[in-house]
Design a protein around this ligand. Structure first.
Ligand code: UDP
Ligand code: MG
Length: 310
């Protein structure tokens, strides 16, 4: 059977959302009059979402279940969805209905006009803490500044990708994946569509602060060497200051001035440089750890069930 559209939704403990997600997606996708499939990737849920996905797949053969052996994280879950997708156009959407499925029709419209990447851009966000809003704002702007690819502001993973783009992204087997960056990096004709991000239908966010920091680090390290270069610039500045300081201190001493005597000055200088060195080592370590992860070449995810088992 020909599949024109694939919808991918990563699921991590979203039991309260699955029925409604299925209903809303079905309603929207049926209006396209084209064959479609919904790939539900279960990212190690423990709340019964796994069984629910299996039930839905039994009810409706358009549902393709991908069940992970444990939690591998949101970006990896979406990656698995891309691996198993068969549509000519692939839409990535959150399972918590923060991204309204109706927007998919706008994305499809742009795709039909010839765009290969259509990303949904948040013009408004509802029901989120000021902390999440502020960190998200800083995050998107920092990434935009320091990375080499221009990742559109205020866009999450909610987007439509043409088959050509998906094929390219599927051969980019980097372990630490920041899909928004990757889909900007590959190029192709892209355009944004504005939408209002809703509040979660049910449950709470599965992105605690720790996961947000991890994603931000992946975004920076995957697309920028700037942190590594900062160490060099601080080094140049520190060396420059000491070169200027040598004649200054010699002159001060020869005219009998009491400036720059004492342990406090020395101690502060030593602590400062020690700190800078340790931070630089930490940054190096961050990149080396990532290289190590890549070199190990472990599979991205382990599945207990895939659409091929059907
Ligand atoms: N998710 C996942 N694995 C994780 C964390 C999240 O598959 O480890 C899914 C989650 O079920 C949801 C989507 O990723 O469908 C976005 O997560 P969430 O809504 O918690 O993030 P937020 O919208 O709060 O940033
Ligand atoms: Mg959400």
């Amino acid at each position: 059977m020909k599949t024109v559209f694939t919808i991918i939704a990563p699921v991590f403990n979203e039991i309260g959302n699955l029925d409604y997600l299925y209903a809303r997606i079905t309603e929207v996708m049926d209006t396209t009059m084209e064959p479609w499939e919904l790939v539900l990737v279960d990212d190690g849920s423990t709340d019964g979402s796994t069984e629910k996905i299996r039930d839905l797949a039994k009810q409706d053969e358009r549902i393709q279940p991908v069940i992970f052996a444990r939690n591998f994280g949101h970006q990896i879950a979406v990656t698995a969805g891309l691996d198993f997708s068969r549509g000519d156009a692939v839409v990535i959407i959150d399972a918590d209905l923060q991204d309204p499925p109706e927007v998919i029709l706008d994305l499809i419209q742009k795709w039909r006009e010839g765009y290969e990447v259509v990303y949904a851009q948040r013009t408004e966000r509802e029901g989120e803490s000021w902390f999440k809003l502020a960190t998200a704002k800083i995050f998107y702007r920092t990434i935009y500044r320091i990375t080499d690819v221009k990742i559109p502001l205020d866009t999450g993973d909610f987007r439509l990708l043409d088959r050509k783009v998906v094929n390219v992204m599927n051969i980019m087997r980097e372990r630490h994946r920041f899909l928004r960056g990757m889909s900007a990096w590959v190029g192709f004709r892209s355009i944004g569509v504005g939408y209002k991000r809703e509040a979660r239908h049910s449950g709470k966010t599965k992105y605690p602060f720790k996961k947000m920091v991890k994603l931000a680090l992946t975004a920076v390290t995957s697309f920028s060497y700037m942190p590594l270069q900062i160490a060099m610039w601080v080094g140049f500045i520190a060396a420059g200051i000491s070169i200027i300081a040598i004649p200054v201190v010699i002159i001060l001493r020869s005219i009998g001035s009491q400036f720059f005597f004492g342990q406090a000055t020395t101690l502060i200088a030593v602590l400062f440089l020690g700190g800078v060195q340790l931070i630089s080592l930490g940054i190096l370590g961050e990149y080396i750890g990532r290289i190590y992860d890549e070199v190990k070449g472990r599979p991205f995810y382990i599945t207990t069930e895939t659409p091929e088992d059907k």
